[in-house]
Design a protein around this ligand. Structure first.
Ligand SMILES: CC(C)(COP(=O)(O)OP(=O)(O)OC[C@H]1O[C@@H](n2cnc3c(N)ncnc32)[C@H](O)[C@@H]1OP(=O)(O)O)[C@@H](O)C(=O)NCCC(=O)NCCS
Length: 169
């Protein structure tokens, strides 16, 4: 049987009541400054936050959250200067499990993200913040079509963050 590749990755919503399939997604110690551990992330009960999972051959390899009330979560970020419009979304907690990193799964999530989100949300844009020292994620987002707004968010616990924007429609 051929080995699974990153092109086999599928994105789907993850119900808050059924988060067991992502619990094995590990985080390297040096990455804990950039995202919270998976058990903490799936504990978020905010009804304006949706969970999504990337799976390959039925196994979860990636997780992210879509925040429909992003602006209120990072109220000190200069989102208006970044072109934030009503109903725009925030992407938070993007994680490829440490045991699956470096296999192209992050790129596969990015390749499918725009059409996936377009089919589920009416927003024009998605925004995210990424720590200025998180070179792997910055590289991933840039290559995935995200635009650096040139603005910084200074409210993060681990230092300044770039504000990136993806145009959906
Ligand atoms: C960032 C992350 C999602 C990337 O996922 P991944 O599956 O390992 O990424 P891929 O295998 O698809 O590789 C994507 C690209 O990043 C590059 N990359 C990997 N590590 C890198 C590093 N330290 N510096 C620069 N580029 C790096 C890869 O070379 C590849 O680029 P290329 O194809 O142009 O060579 C993953 O490392 C992760 O989950 N990190 C911890 C959580 C995190 O920081 N999330 C972002 C929060 S904003």
């Amino acid at each position: 049987m051929p080995a699974n590749t990153s092109s086999d990755l599928q994105l789907s919503p993850l119900s808050k009541g059924e988060t067991m399939p992502v619990l094995h997604l590990a985080l390297l110690p040096e990455q804990s400054q950039f995202v919270a551990p998976i058990d903490q992330m799936i504990g978020e009960t905010d009804p304006t936050v949706d969970f999504h999972v990337g799976t390959v051959a039925g196994e979860a390899v990636a997780f992210f959250k879509i925040d429909r009330d992003y602006k209120s979560k990072i109220s000190t970020a200069p989102l208006d200067a970044c072109g934030f419009e009503p109903n725009d979304l925030g992407l938070r907690g993007m994680l490829v499990g440490a045991q699956f990193q470096g296999r192209g799964y992050g790129k596969a999530v990015m390749a499918k993200l725009k059409s996936y989100l377009c089919s589920r949300y009416q927003a024009r844009h998605v925004f995210l913040t990424v720590n200025c020292r998180n070179l792997a994620a910055i590289h991933l987002y840039r290559a995935g079509g995200w635009e650096d707004t040139g603005q910084l968010y200074l409210g993060g616990k681990s230092g300044p963050q770039h504000i990136f924007r993806l145009t959906l429609r």
